[in-house]
Write a protein that binds this ligand. Structure first.
Ligand SMILES: [Fe+2]
Length: 419
């Protein structure tokens, strides 16, 4: 009998084919085929073949309800590039410990770069009720929010450019979330009439990779203040939940462009399947010299999102990152991105703040405030308190490096009694 880990790897067709062995055919998995009516596309570098998002119209089964979205993804597959100065690739074996790896990541995200880490240990988990129950204690009968692909598109149109007609046209689905059990969701993986995902499943046991504690300065601040702030009795549930979560996707799910909320950096590790991340950057950022210009660039760019030709115009860089089981991706605050999940996939991840990237956190939060959060997809009510916690810990960070040592000395000028 196979062990849990062996079984998990063995049941994923994607896992059987390493990234280096030519074209990986993801038009089917484990004998299940995506709709024959959906075109097959080959992605940049001839690395992967996938189907496009396709949900048949119940009255005309050869008609795709997601036609516009399929065109969107097809153009992405044609036009995204595989290299960029905004993406840095690291190999875990090049670092002697997690602290060194975290330091290297912090040095990259402070410039706004996205980091991809290969070779980090991982524990597989597949879109299977038994696996998910064994690994995360998620009951098959637990109900949860599910985002329906065919419902989220009008919501994003509503958020980004406030076209109420688009919402009306598709009915009253102003909220893309529906409830179902985990078992119903997993069974849907084998059903071509739906494309869905479960987001933010909480893992309060702390499913956090070991290197993250050296990168997430919420930990640093909390630890340093532990004996100094004896009046602080509670820790926000929002902070706890944002530390660690699980994403589960059915195949062909596509997430539109957004940046993560409240200026958080984010880390994720793929546990099964593949995910195609696309890092987006308005080209006009290069010539922008102040906050208002950055806002105008981002705003103009995001307003083009629903246009078939607008979003894929030459106004932005679109860098494609392929990730498979074990691969980690860390994004800097405010990084616009989109994701295509070609086959069923389980991902763990979490939010974090880094002192190194706080300037980007502040910029991202100010853009969210100015746009009433139309660039993002959620909000974290405790983020201001968390930043305040990090600020309060600054005088205690003398050992974190030269900058903090100078800051320590500067703040001590005010804290210390005159000689
Ligand atoms: Fe995201």
């Amino acid at each position: 009998m196979l062990s849990f880990a062996e079984k998990a790897v063995g049941t994923s067709s994607a896992c059987k084919t390493p990234l280096s062995e030519g074209v990986v055919d993801l038009t089917s998995f484990d004998g299940f085929h995506y709709p024959s009516e959906s075109p097959t596309v080959t992605w940049p570098g001839d690395r992967f073949k996938t189907k496009l998002p396709f949900v048949p119209n119940p009255d005309y089964p050869t008609q795709n309800i997601l036609e516009a979205e399929a065109t969107h993804v097809e153009n992405l597959a044609k036009m995204a590039t595989l290299t960029s100065g905004w993406v840095k690739r690291l190999q875990y074996s090049h670092y002697s410990n997690d602290r060194e790896l975290a330091s290297a990541i912090a040095d990259e995200i402070k410039w706004g770069r996205t980091v991809v880490v290969s070779g980090y240990p991982y524990k597989p988990a597949t879109v299977d009720t038994d696996d998910l129950n064994l690994r995360f204690n998620f009951s098959p009968e637990n109900e949860s929010h599910v985002s329906g692909q065919y419902l989220i598109f009008p919501l994003l149109i509503f958020i980004f450019i406030t076209i109420l007609d688009a919402v009306k046209r598709l009915g009253n689905h102003t909220n893309p979330h529906i409830f179902m059990t985990l078992k119903e969701f997993c069974d849907g993986t084998w059903d071509n009439s739906k494309i869905q995902c479960m987001l933010d499943l909480p893992t309060l046991d702390g499913e956090v990779l070991p290197f993250v504690k050296f990168l997430d300065d919420r930990h640093t601040a909390y630890n340093r203040l532990h004996t100094h702030s004896i009046w602080r009795k509670h820790r926000s549930l929002d902070v706890q939940k944002a530390m660690s979560w699980v994403l589960i996707h059915q195949g062909l799910y596509h997430t539109y462009a957004h940046h993560n909320s409240d200026g958080y950096s984010i880390w994720m590790q793929v546990l099964s399947g593949y995910k195609f991340w696309v890092i987006l950057r308005p080209k006009s950022y290069d010539s922008d010299t102040n906050r208002n210009q950055l806002y105008d660039s981002a705003n103009l760019y995001m307003e083009q999102t629903p246009k078939k030709d607008g979003f894929y115009s030459q106004e932005s860089e679109r860098t494609l990152i392929y990730t498979g089981p074990g691969d980690i991706i860390v994004m800097a605050p405010g990084t616009f991105h989109k994701v295509f999940t070609p086959v069923p996939s389980v991902t763990i991840g979490g939010h974090l703040y880094s002192y190194n990237a706080l300037h980007l956190t502040e910029l991202s939060r100010s853009l969210d405030k100015k746009t009433n959060e139309k660039f993002t997809n959620t909000s974290h009510p405790s983020s201001t308190l968390t930043v305040a916690l990090m600020l309060a810990a600054l005088p205690l960070l003398k050992d974190k490096g030269t900058f903090f040592s100078m800051l320590y000395d500067f703040i001590n000028l005010f804290y210390s009694s005159p000689p």
